[in-house]
Design a protein around this ligand. Structure first.
Ligand code: TTP
Ligand code: MG
Length: 401
């Protein structure tokens, strides 16, 4: 089964505020701010709104919609409850992001009579306990189940019987096939390939010549063949936070303060997972939308805010010296995550003190919220971003977590 909640962020807002029920709701930010729609309720979609649309366009099309900044803790909370319900149905559960999961029903369907009946029961529990709608696709493999759940939305349930995979996929647009992004779609359409059926009969070598190794995956997916197992997600490979500014900026103190704040969020997450980083990457997007990343590999792994920000700040300084354009987006990522090597720090009292400082800050924030203690370096953000107990609300709610 592939299970995906309908209009997740927007639906959570409608549940928390019944006045919004059955009304057009947009999560992503206020219409006078920059940024895009993260989630639109189905009432808003009926009026032409969709995820990824600039908020200003959404507001023109549908000024009567309620625009909500959104707040990540609310969605995380709903997501945890959603995943807990799924886990009651099968231990073979693979969550993909907050509102989406694969569930291997094999062997558990007999409890309910059939896989279809199992899905009906699952949908009902989600409705009863969370007041949310889930759409479910059932098939013999992941890719077909995912296409089926997407096609069945909203409040859908669609089962593709064994042997029916190819006839089910064939008439659909190639855009519906997981793994085909905007660029691959353009290439395929340029070759006259518009449906998954068209794609399924393209010789494998032709696909390989255009898409390299992923050509083979496309070939298999288009033919409804997918042997990926439902597996619990592995440990994170990287952690990142980024944000788009309300106005493009060259203000060094604002850039530094934002970078410091994002570094603290990354650092807190890194330490919560008891990991250390080997590589730190700064991301910048300029006014003309060119995006650059600059990385630095540490000689010794680390997990403190000071290490992450200190490295990011050096990379930022260099980038600012090379390019004069105003900056639209800034982000920081840590990767090459490893288990901590505690014994090394024993020899270095300064490093040990920093570690203690970080863990004291983590404890305070865990108990009293992220804003309970703030560093001087992030103070310039106070005048720009709204703040609550969970920290500053940056442009996109899912990124300010
Ligand atoms: P989706 O499942 O893609 O979207 P959705 O649940 O809002 O709508 P659908 O009924 O089509 O499933 O993504 C889940 C949540 O992730 C979504 O509610 C908001 C968030 N999100 C973003 O923040 N930015 C994005 O660009 C997208 C696509 C989603
Ligand atoms: Mg969804």
């Amino acid at each position: 089964m592939h299970i995906d909640l309908d209009a997740f962020f927007a639906s959570v807002e409608q549940v928390l505020n019944p006045e919004l029920k059955d009304k057009p709701v947009v999560v992503g930010g206020r219409p006078d701010r920059r940024g895009v729609v993260a989630s639109a309720s189905y009432e808003a979609r009926a009026l032409g709104l969709h995820a990824g649309m600039p908020l200003s366009t959404a507001c023109c099309l549908c000024p009567q919609a309620t625009f909500i900044e959104g707040s990540f803790p609310k969605y995380r909370n709903a997501s945890q409850k959603f995943m807990a319900i799924l886990a009651d149905f099968s231990p073979f559960l693979e969550s993909i992001g907050l509102d989406e999961a694969y569930l291997d029903a094999t062997g558990f369907e007999s409890i309910y009579g059939s896989t279809h009946q199992m899905a009906v029961t699952l949908k009902q529990r989600i409705k009863d306990e969370l007041a949310l709608c889930a759409s479910i696709g059932i098939a013999g493999c992941k890719v077909v189940a995912k296409v089926a759940s997407e096609l069945s939305k909203p409040d859908g349930l669609l089962e593709v019987a064994a042997g029916e995979e190819h006839p089910f996929l064939a008439p659909l647009s190639i855009a519906k096939l997981p793994g085909i992004g905007k660029k691959a779609e353009r290439t395929l359409r340029g070759l006259g390939i518009n449906t998954i059926g068209n794609l399924s009969i393209v010789p494998l070598n032709t696909l390989k010549s255009h898409f390299g190794a992923s050509g083979e995956l496309l070939h298999r997916f288009a033919n409804g063949i997918d042997d990926r197992r439902v597996a619990p997600p592995g440990a994170a490979k990287s952690i990142s936070r980024e944000t788009t500014f309300g106005n493009d900026t060259k203000d060094h103190s604002l850039l530094k303060a934002t970078l410091r704040y994002l570094s603290e969020r990354v650092g807190a997450d890194l330490r919560r997972r008891s990991k250390q980083t080997r590589c730190i990457t700064l991301k910048l997007r300029y006014t003309d939308f060119t995006t650059i990343t600059r990385s630095h590999t540490l000689r010794q792994t680390g997990d403190t805010d000071q290490t992450i920000f200190g490295t990011g700040e050096k990379l930022l300084k260099k980038a600012l010296a090379q390019e004069g354009q105003p900056i639209r987006l800034i982000g920081i990522r840590v990767s090459g995550l490893v288990e901590p090597e505690k014994q090394l720090d024993m020899l270095n009292p300064a490093a040990q003190r920093l570690e203690q400082l970080n863990s004291a800050i983590d404890r305070i924030r865990k108990k009293h919220g992220f804003s309970a203690i703030q560093t001087g370096r992030t103070l310039p953000l106070k005048d720009i971003f709204p703040t609550d107990k969970d920290g500053y609300t940056l442009q996109m709610p899912n990124l300010s977590r």
